[in-house]
Design a protein around this ligand. Structure first.
Ligand code: MF3
Ligand code: CO
Length: 248
């Protein structure tokens, strides 16, 4: 069942999602050569707490950390570790917070120092795909309109869309219905209505779309070990507009 949120719930979601965006902004300034992903985790923990929220990821299905730090070939769910960021890496930071019982979810991929042209294009295309998807996320459209906009743009740029993970509804739980795939057909899937809150999150691979999970049970990497990018916003569909909640 797709849970439509009331005005009061949306007011809380606005605050929590803004907090998630603030944490992402703080962390973005810490992404540099030599920093470990565990250092980013520690900063995130402190910043989340400071704002009266908790991580929505820690403990979720047993996930062991507060944020996801996915470097290069890691698609999503990279667990913070002693891995040091190196010049030329790209890192997706995925932040999920729970504020007063409601979740916020945001992600962005950042460059570490100077990156090559291919990685730059991968990041640019993934970010643009997210915004094209958000553009279709409006009252009266269907989930497939979002999916198709993302897929068409990504594939026309020669990259591939990950199938194994999808965007999602969000609210009291970080993952709610509906699923929001980054591939699909126009005018298919659930109809979008005011009060729906969606996390839209294209994951785009430079090479093949295949993904595998490492032995830790979480880290999702590309099979061909080529880089992957990930951008995510949480949005609320209103009668007259769609609002991006994960903005500062
Ligand atoms: N933003 C990701 C998602 O929406 C992160 C989930 S990590 C988990 O699926 F630990 F919570 F699973
Ligand atoms: Co998400």
């Amino acid at each position: 069942m797709i849970m439509l949120k009331s005005r009061d719930e949306i007011a809380i979601l606005r605050i929590g999602n803004r907090i998630a965006a603030e944490i992402l902004n703080v962390l973005s300034k810490e992404v540099k050569v030599g920093v470990t992903t565990l250092e980013l985790e520690k900063i995130a923990e402190c910043e989340i707490k400071k704002r009266g929220a908790i991580s929505a990821f820690k403990g979720y299905n047993g996930y062991p950390a507060s944020i996801c730090t996915s470097v290069n070939e890691v698609v999503v769910h990279g667990i913070p570790s002693y891995r040091k960021l190196e010049e030329g890496d790209i890192i997706s930071l995925d932040i999920g917070v729970n504020y007063k019982g409601y979740c916020g979810d945001v992600s962005e991929t950042f460059a570490v120092g100077k990156i090559n042209e291919k990685k730059r294009k991968l990041m640019d295309v993934t970010k643009k795909a997210l915004y094209l998807g958000i553009n279709e996320a409006k009252d009266g459209n269907r989930v497939g309109d979002i999916s198709n906009a993302v897929q068409t743009f990504v594939e026309s740029n020669g990259f591939s869309v990950v199938r194994d993970f999808v965007g999602h509804g969000i609210g009291k739980s970080v993952h709610e219905e509906p699923q929001v795939p980054n591939f699909g057909k126009k005018e298919q899937g659930p109809r979008l209505k005011p009060g729906m809150v969606l996390a839209i999150e294209p994951m785009v691979n430079l090479g093949c779309l295949d993904v595998e999970i490492l032995k830790d049970g979480w880290t999702a990497v590309t099979k061909d070990k080529l880089p992957s990018a990930h951008f995510e916003h949480t949005v609320v569909i209103l009668e007259d507009k769609t609002e991006i909640l994960t903005q500062i």
